[in-house]
Design a protein around this ligand. Structure first.
Ligand code: XMP
Ligand code: MG
Length: 179
């Protein structure tokens, strides 16, 4: 079982579900009457995004982008590119960018820079996890599910070599798995 590959379970399925519901309630208030464009960053955000939007009670639209970064998680080169673009224009729209984790910040900094050029009415960031210890760019999320320590975490969309994304909890992977 995949659970054997975990050093520790940081947040259980129930804790994750409750936190996302609370975030949805906050977003429902903050975006009431604004028809936000909720933009998920593929692939890591897809599970969080699905749970999050089902907790938002105000009308919204959805879209996705993808970013590619060169180098592995451990040895990131810092070069990030947008690989899949939005279908619609976002000029004048309230955009909520949704990502699994804010780590070094390189991915979201690049995406924010790209999207801001299109003059949205507002652009906010919503992440399930924040790992502030690893930040190398000046970026903070407007909505954070949980702040996590500097360890490799998986589950709820987060992967190691494309695996473990479907785990309903957030776990710390045993170093023996990736070393
Ligand atoms: P940056 O460093 O650009 O993070 O803020 C971008 C991407 O790196 C991946 N990432 C992780 N993936 N466990 C994962 O499964 C982690 O602990 C982790 N830290 C960073 C993730 O894909 C994120 O979108
Ligand atoms: Mg990702």
């Amino acid at each position: 079982m995949m659970e054997e590959d975990m050093k520790e379970i940081l947040y259980t399925k129930e804790e994750v579900a409750a936190r996302i519901r609370a975030m949805g309630e906050q977003l429902t208030k903050d975006y009431a009457g604004e028809l936000p464009m909720v933009v998920g960053v593929l692939r890591g955000s897809f599970i969080f995004m699905a749970d999050l939007v089902r907790s938002i009670q105000t009308p919204l639209e959805l879209d996705f982008v993808a970013a590619s970064s060169y180098g592995s998680w451990a040895v990131s080169t810092g070069k990030v590119e947008m690989r899949l673009d939005l279908e619609k224009e976002i000029m004048g729209r309230h955009v909520l960018l949704v990502e699994d984790i804010l780590d070094t910040g390189r991915t979201l900094s690049k995406l924010v820079e790209e999207l801001k050029k299109r003059h949205p009415a507002s652009l906010k960031l919503c992440v399930l996890l924040d790992k502030p210890e690893r930040r190398v760019t000046e970026i903070e999320a407007d909505y954070v599910g949980f702040t996590v320590p500097d360890e490799f975490v998986v589950g709820c969309g987060l992967d190691f070599n494309q695996k473990y994304r479907q785990l309903p909890y957030i776990g710390i992977l045993k170093p023996s798995i990736y070393e």
